[in-house]
Design a protein around this ligand. Structure first.
Ligand code: UDX
Length: 427
């Protein structure tokens, strides 16, 4: 099929490249000329596992090209809208890019099925359809994505389910683009499809805030969160995923989508108190590492602290709402001499940090001379560091605060470190 994808971001570019791999003819529309030039050379504007080689193959087989406007495109059968829907103050979703895309499509008044992959709050699609797609030769379907950053290509080809919100005719056409993907399909109305997306992310965020509260309580009663999580996750009704205690969730989705759902509830006069608690727990969770630092060091001003990890999770260079950034800036404001390192996200992050924060070229350089190390992103590279040797670079009390519970606590204590995790049994 001939498909146009509007937006070459974390969702749009993955969709364009994967659809090309599936044999469709795809044009990806991106307004940023520099990004187009970069992608035309086969380079992706962000770090995503295996996307680079898939992009090069798509270009080589001439199944994918990039344009700056819909007017430059041979009219497609399907247009996928995958533009950004950032958060406005108070949690409201900024629909300006979505409105511009729909207005442009309506302006052509040529037959097409519009597939909404941008995350829009429940009720939005129905309004967009009524406002822009009045002539019935332009269909609208909601087709939310469930792509994890760092695993997006895998998740595209291995979805747990395909959600389609719209009428049967439009849904049938959409199913053609997924013909090579083996997954159950749920056909529902537009608003319910939108609600499936938001409730999915809100529930996963709830699991994370729940396990973080359990971990915090473990610290008071002397339980070990690793064993608790292991026992909890074995219950098939609960499942083991998204029960990793740590600094809480970051990224461009969970924080945005939970705030948007909270805002939607409020404007509809509903008090979604559980969701508000999930957000509140997450906002406070990252500050606990600073309390732990104070608990061991006392006055932290003037101390040297290394922070390992800037990306909001491993496998990506995305720093959006990364807990590490807030922790680093809070420490720097308290007079702590902070040195940071991340194997991938360093260049993107340094411009967001207070100017006296030291951006180091290696974990060793960041750790050298430090009184404490805070691990904020569970990169494999940090887990594999020679911690026994690294202790020689540090100063007393050789403190490690493992914000992601990813280091071997007992072994580090044997090396002479003061190790503190999140909800892990104290030494
Ligand atoms: C998420 C959803 O998983 C995906 O389906 C949706 O389409 C987009 O949002 P993503 O934000 O890329 O994907 O990352 P994810 O792997 O879900 O992790 C989100 C955050 O939760 C990260 O900050 C991660 O560190 C944190 N997390 C995740 C935990 O703290 N504990 C866990 O057990 C799992």
């Amino acid at each position: 099929m001939d498909i146009a994808v509007i937006g070459a971001g974390y969702v749009g570019l993955v969709a364009a490249v994967c659809l090309a791999k599936s044999g469709h003819m795809v044009t990806c529309i991106e307004k940023d000329k520099n990004k187009i030039e970069m992608m035309d050379r086969g380079h992706t504007p962000f770090f995503e596992e295996s996307l680079d080689e898939l992009l090069k193959t798509a270009l080589m087989t001439e199944r994918l090209d990039f344009k700056q406007a819909l007017s430059e495109v041979k009219w497609p059968e399907i247009i996928i809208v995958a533009v950004g829907t950032p958060t406005l103050p108070g949690g409201r979703v900024d629909l300006s890019q979505v409105n511009m895309a729909l207005a442009e499509i309506a302006g052509f008044s040529k037959p097409v099925t519009v597939v909404m992959k941008s995350t829009v709050t429940p009720g939005t699609g129905r309004r967009l359809k009524e406002k822009y797609l009045r002539n019935n030769n332009q269909q609208y379907v909601s087709n939310p994505e469930f792509l994890r950053e760092g695993r997006a290509v895998y998740d595209w080809f291995n979805p747990d389910r395909i959600i389609i919100g719209g009428d049967r005719k439009a849904a049938g056409q959409l199913m053609e683009i997924y013909s090579d993907i083996d997954a159950p399909v749920i056909l529902t109305d537009i608003t319910s499809a939108e609600m499936i997306k938001y409730s999915s992310n809100a529930f996963l965020a709830t699991k994370i805030s729940f396990i973080n509260e359990i971990a915090n309580l473990c610290e008071y009663v002397g339980a070990d969160i690793d064993d608790v999580t292991n026992g909890l996750g074995m219950d098939r009704r609960i499942g083991k995923d998204f029960l990793k205690a740590g600094l809480g969730y970051g990224g461009s989705c969970f924080p945005k989508d939970t705030r948007a759902l909270d805002y939607l509830s409020s404007v509809n006069g509903y008090n979604f108190s559980l969701l508000r608690a999930v957000i509140d727990v997450n906002n406070k969770q990252k500050l606990r590492v600073i309390q732990k630092l104070r608990w061991v060091l006392g006055d932290i001003s003037g101390r040297n602290v290394a922070v390992l990890g800037l990306a909001f999770k491993p496998g990506t260079d995305d720093i959006r709402e990364s807990p590490a950034l807030e922790i680093i800036n809070l420490l720097a404001e308290e007079g702590v001499q902070v040195a940071v390192y991340d194997p991938v996200a360093l260049p993107k992050a340094c411009s967001h940090l207070l100017n006296h924060v030291i951006c180091s070229d290696s974990a060793e350089q960041a750790i050298s001379g430090s009184h404490a190390v805070i691990l904020t992103t569970e990169w494999e590279q940090f887990i594999k560091l020679d911690w026994q040797k690294l202790k020689e670079l540090m100063k007393e009390p050789y403190l490690i605060i493992d914000g992601r519970n990813c280091l071997p606590a007992e072994k580090l204590r044997q090396f002479g470190y003061r190790y503190i995790g999140i909800g892990r049994l104290a030494e």
